[in-house]
Write a protein that binds this ligand. Structure first.
Ligand SMILES: Cc1cc2nc3c(=O)[nH]c(=O)nc-3n(C[C@H](O)[C@H](O)[C@H](O)COP(=O)(O)O)c2cc1C
Length: 342
C-alpha cells in the first residue's frame, strides 16, 4: 500500500476524528496494528495557527512516520498556505477534509459541505496539490458519497481529483445530509474504486474484523479506515490484521493488558495536554474503554469527578485490578462480556 512515494506498513487506517485522534491516540493505534493515522483537522485560518489547540494539533514530536495532516477550509489560497505551513512542521502527507459534516471556517461550511460546490472543491484541490507537489508531498482527499441522497457526486469529484494529482481518495459511505444516521453504503465506494487508478480507502461503520473483510470484498478498496470503533478499542487494528491474514479471530485482550495500554496512553496524553486539560480530556478515552464492561458506567461517573493525573491513574489501575479478579479477558468485539471460569 503506497500513498504517492510513501510506503505504508499495512492498509488499516485510523480515521481522523477531531478531539480524539491526537498524537497519543494515533501512536497507540499504530502500536496496536494500524498502518496509518491521519491527524485531527487543522484549520486553514492563519490567525488560529498559534492558538494552543492548533499548535498542539501541529505538534508531531516523536510521531512515527508517515505524518499525515488533515486541513479544513473553504478558500483555495488559504488551504494552499495551510498545506505549506504544515509541511514546514513535518507533514509528509496532506489530507483535504471534504468528509466532516459540520465545520465552519470563515463563516462558511467547510468539510463535506464543499461537495456541494464542485468548482470550489476542485480549486482547493488544485491549489493544495500545487503547494505540495514541489515539496514531493502527496495530497489525499477524504470525502463522503455526496452532498445528499439525490446528489451523490463522489465519483465525479474523485475522478477530477485524480486528474488534478491527488494520490489517494477515502470515501465514507454516507452523504453529508445523513450525518451519522442510517447505515453506510458501499456501492458508491466500490464505484469510485472501480473508476480510479490511485488507491481508494473505504470508510464507515467498520466495527469488527468480519465487517472489515466484508467491506474490502464489497468495495475492492485498497485499504479500510476505522473511526468510532477504535474509541476505547484501539487494538481493533491488530484484530482485523490477524483476521485478514489468517481467517481466525484473535482472542480478546486480557483485562490486565488493556489496563496497561490505557495507562500508557494516559501518560502520553498528560504529556501533551498537561495536568488540567489532560485529566479532563482523558475522561472520554477512559469512558470509552470501560463502557462495555460490568460496572463501567458507574466508574465513568465517579472518574469524572477526579481532578489530578495521579488520582486518575490510580482509579483506573484499581478499577481494572478489581475487574481482573472476576474476568480474565475483555469481551470480544460485538460479544457480551463472559464471566471468568475457574
Ligand atoms: C468525534 C468525531 C470527529 C471527527 N472528525 C473528523 C475530522 O476532523 N475530519 C474528518 O475528515 N472526519 C472526521 N470524522 C469522521 C470520521 O473520520 C469517519 O469518516 C466517520 O466517523 C465514519 O467512520 P466510522 O464509522 O469508522 O466512525 C469525525 C468523526 C467523529 C466520530
Amino acid at each position: 500500500m503506497k500513498i504517492g512515494h510513501i510506503e505504508l506498513p499495512n492498509s488499516l487506517f485510523v480515521a481522523p476524528m477531531a478531539g480524539v485522534t491526537d498524537r497519543p491516540f494515533r501512536q497507540l493505534c499504530k502500536r496496536l496494528g494500524a498502518g496509518y493515522a491521519v491527524s485531527e483537522m487543522v484549520t486553514s485560518r492563519r490567525d488560529l495557527w498559534t492558538s494552543l489547540k492548533t499548535s498542539r494539533r501541529a505538534d508531531h514530536e516523536g510521531e512515527s512516520a508517515p505524518i499525515a495532516v488533515q486541513i479544513a477550509g473553504t478558500d483555495a489560497a488559504m488551504m494552499a498556505e495551510a498545506a505549506a505551513y504544515n509541511v514546514d512542521r513535518g507533514a509528509q502527507v496532506i489530507d483535504i477534509n471534504m468528509g466532516c459534516p459540520a465545520k465552519k471556517v470563515c463563516n462558511r461550511w467547510a468539510g463535506s459541505a464543499l461537495m456541494q460546490d464542485e468548482a470550489l472543491a476542485l480549486r482547493i484541490v488544485d491549489a493544495v496539490v500545487a503547494a505540495c507537489a514541489p515539496r514531493n508531498v502527496p495530497v489525499t482527499l477524504k470525502m463522503r458519497t455526496g452532498w445528499c441522497q439525490a446528489e451523490r457526486n463522489a465519483l465525479r469529484i474523485a475522478r477530477a481529483a485524480e486528474s488534478a494529482g491527488v494520490a489517494m481518495v477515502t470515501v465514507h459511505g454516507r452523504t453529508r445530509e445523513q450525518g451519522y444516521k442510517g447505515e453506510a453504503e458501499y456501492e458508491t465506494v466500490a464505484a469510485v474504486k472501480a473508476a480510479l487508478r490511485i488507491p481508494v480507502v473505504a470508510n464507515g461503520d467498520i466495527d469488527s474484523p468480519a465487517k472489515a473483510r466484508e467491506v474490502l470484498q464489497l468495495t475492492g478498496a485498497d485499504a479500510i479506515m476505522v473511526g468510532r470503533a477504535a474509541q476505547g478499542r484501539p487494538w481493533i487494528f491488530r484484530e482485523i490484521a490477524h483476521f485478514l491474514a489468517t481467517g481466525e479471530l484473535l482472542p480478546a485482550p486480557e483485562v490486565q493488558q488493556a489496563k496497561r495500554w490505557l495507562i500508557e496512553h494516559l501518560g502520553d496524553h498528560y504529556g501533551l495536554y498537561g495536568e488540567f486539560a489532560g485529566v479532563r480530556s482523558a475522561r472520554k478515552h477512559i469512558g470509552w474503554a470501560v463502557r462495555a464492561l460490568p460496572g463501567g458506567e458507574d466508574f465513568r461517573s465517579r472518574m469524572n469527578l477526579i481532578e489530578s493525573c495521579e488520582a486518575q491513574v490510580r482509579a483506573v489501575n484499581d478499577w481494572f485490578d478489581q475487574l481482573a479478579h472476576t474476568h480474565r479477558l475483555l469481551p470480544a468485539a460485538n460479544e457480551p462480556f463472559i464471566e471468568k471460569t475457574a
